[in-house]
Design a protein around this ligand. Structure first.
Ligand SMILES: [Zn+2]
Length: 180
């Protein structure tokens, strides 16, 4: 791949804009260091205020209605798998956090069953719920990069390191000016 081939990714302020078919330059999204290995694959979805307010309102009417609204939103929302470049160190941290999170979630799930069988008092269930939440947070991998817009044509992400952003060309919003 030639170094100056168009990437299809741009910076817009502190946002990353990825056009359809584009990819990111080979620099770590967390620290801006050049990356050697392959990127991580991550599914992004748009978290809109509108969707959460619809789910919230449905929840107020009836919890089961909120559940249906949430399931409907999960089934119909736009998602995209993106390849996120990371240096060896950050990829290692990410994968360790994911593995730890998964272990915690499975472990707390098994513990729930055991606690239910031996009829443990409520505080133990609450402690186990805490473990489950910690697991879910860790499973997210502390990526800190969130999707602002997820669309088949364009994805806009927030939270990349400024040292990564500096490797991206600034997005040209107006049509290119012709000289003369
Ligand atoms: Zn890094």
């Amino acid at each position: 791949m030639p170094e100056y081939a168009p990437l299809g990714s741009y910076r817009r302020g502190d946002l990353i804009v990825l056009r359809k078919g584009g990819h990111f330059p080979a620099y770590c999204i967390k620290c801006g260091a050049p990356t050697m290995g392959g990127p991580i694959k991550r599914k992004f979805s748009q978290k809109t205020g509108f969707a959460s307010s619809v789910v919230g309102t449905a929840n107020l009417i009836a919890p089961w209605l909120g559940g249906i609204a949430a399931a409907g939103w999960l089934a119909t929302r736009e998602t995209e798998w993106l390849e996120i470049p990371m240096c060896a160190q950050h990829k290692d941290n990410y994968q360790t956090a994911r593995a730890l999170g998964l272990t915690l979630m499975i472990g707390s799930g098994v513990t729930f069953v055991i606690l239910a069988i031996v009829r443990t008092p409520l505080p133990f269930f609450l402690a186990d719920t805490g473990l489950l939440i910690c697991g879910a947070v860790s499973f997210n991998g502390f990526l800190n990069v969130r999707a602002v817009t997820v669309d088949p044509q364009i994805c806009i992400l927030q939270g990349a390191a400024s040292s990564f952003l500096s490797h991206l060309p600034v997005e040209e919003l107006s049509p290119p000016k012709t000289a003369g």
